[in-house]
Design a protein around this ligand. Structure first.
Ligand code: PMP
Length: 400
């Protein structure tokens, strides 16, 4: 079947939960994808910051193959060695002492919300201490608790009643956050850089002030690193750029090189609020995905990809700034850290993404008018140049 026949079949059988671009990828390698018609694409979306190692990284593929032949699933036991190894690796490279594994970013945030509430109630002996402050324009997932945490009405619309106990404040405004704290507040949950909110990087001292507010009121600080973690910004975790550490962190997307996984990490004192029977997930920490996770995390650390994300991020940012200077009426701002970059346009960006698709480059739009560039961290200068030439041509045409 060709690509359009597959799309017709998908329209018949797949629920239309989100807008899909008319592309049917069948194979991937590094920064390239090929569709069902054999057309090649340069991928600057990477499964929305999932394929940080590039598509089908040989070490991830080998780990999956090896593990699949040994043990694919078991639950309620000690999974030797991959789950334990992945937890050890994550704790060795972060503030955390313990990990909980699940299957997605939303699930990781669900676990963080439950842990924060249980910890706060036990610590303060106050059943009313359940409120969590999150940011406007944030995104934390699509389950009921995580749409309730998400600061975007369009995500929540039609699904009320939402989960009780969330308050939203403008991002990058520590005064607003301080003013929103009540005796009921137990935690603050923030993305270090807002992803779906339009690639928004907060000012340098924001998180330091947020940490102070949390410490002053005995609140837990939760960082949602689902989109920006695992090397995307040039550090393993984006919060390292701000020199501020959370009490709880959530991960997913890039953690297992494309295999579905989520993780919630915490310091020992907080993790201890979960005891047997309080939380769980059948597939969470499954041997197959955690084997992929160990391979992916080692590859990120051992193949110099953090430095690479920083270097290529600077190069890509510079090239996008060059396009901004060339097309000032179309480009409002270019911003980002490492390979998490947004280009805010003065027009809706959907048309530009469709034209990119036609010309063989996968771009992405978030928050209506922000082009989001999240290529694999293995992207080369030549590949950046190729994408920039195509984008330049599209902007040129749009300007006419
Ligand atoms: N948090 C953030 C910051 C995200 O960007 C996303 C996904 N875009 C999620 C949570 C939800 O992750 P998942 O789709 O794996 O549930």
């Amino acid at each position: 079947m060709n690509a359009s026949q597959w799309i017709a079949k998908a329209d018949k059988y797949i629920m239309k939960t989100y807008g899909r671009y008319p592309l049917v990828p069948v194979r991937g390698e590094g920064c390239r994808l090929w569709d069902a018609d054999g057309k090649e694409y340069l991928d600057f979306l990477a499964g929305v910051a999932v394929n940080n190692l590039g598509h089908c990284h040989p070490k991830v593929v080998a780990a999956l193959q090896r593990q699949a032949a040994e043990l694919i699933h078991c639950s309620n036991y000690y999974h030797i060695p991959s789950q334990i190894e992945l937890a050890e690796l994550l704790c060795a490279h972060s503030f955390a002492d313990k990990a909980f594994f699940c299957n997605s970013g939303a699930e990781a945030n669900e676990a963080a919300i439950k842990l924060a509430r249980k910890y706060a109630r036990e610590k303060h002996g106050d059943a009313e201490r359940y409120e969590i402050i999150t940011a406007l324009a944030s995104f934390h997932g699509r389950t009921m608790a995580t749409i309730s945490a998400t600061g975007q009405e369009k995500v929540q619309k039609f699904f009320d009643p939402l989960l009780h106990g969330f308050r939203y404040v403008p991002f990058d405004d520590a005064d607003a956050l301080a003013a929103a704290v009540t005796p009921q507040t137990c935690a603050v949950m923030l993305e270090p850089i807002q992803g779906e909110g339009g690639v928004v990087v907060p000012s340098a001292d924001y998180f330091r002030r947020v940490r102070e507010i949390c410490d002053r009121h005995g609140l837990l600080l939760i960082f949602d690193e689902v989109q920006v973690g695992i090397g995307r910004t040039g550090k393993l975790f984006a919060h390292e750029h701000f020199g501020v550490f959370p009490d709880i962190m959530t991960l997913a997307k890039a953690l297992a090189g494309g295999a579905p996984i989520g993780a919630m990490l915490a310091r020992d004192e907080i993790a201890a609020a979960f005891s047997p029977g309080t939380h769980g997930s059948t597939f969470g920490g499954n041997p197959l995905v955690t084997a992929a996770g160990v391979a992916a995390l080692r590859a990120i650390l051992e193949e110099g990809l953090l430095n690479r994300a920083e270097e290529m991020g600077e190069y890509l940012l510079g090239e996008l700034e060059r396009l901004q200077a060339k097309h000032p009426s179309l480009v409002r701002e270019v911003r980002g850290i490492g390979l998490m970059i947004g280009m805010e346009l003065t027009i809706p960006a959907g048309e530009i993404v469709l034209k990119g698709l036609d010309r063989g480059v996968l771009l992405n739009v978030t928050h209506d008018s922000v082009l989001r560039f999240v290529p694999p961290l293995v992207v080369t200068k030549q590949e950046v140049n190729e994408m920039i030439a195509i984008l330049d041509g599209i902007l040129e045409e749009t300007n006419r």
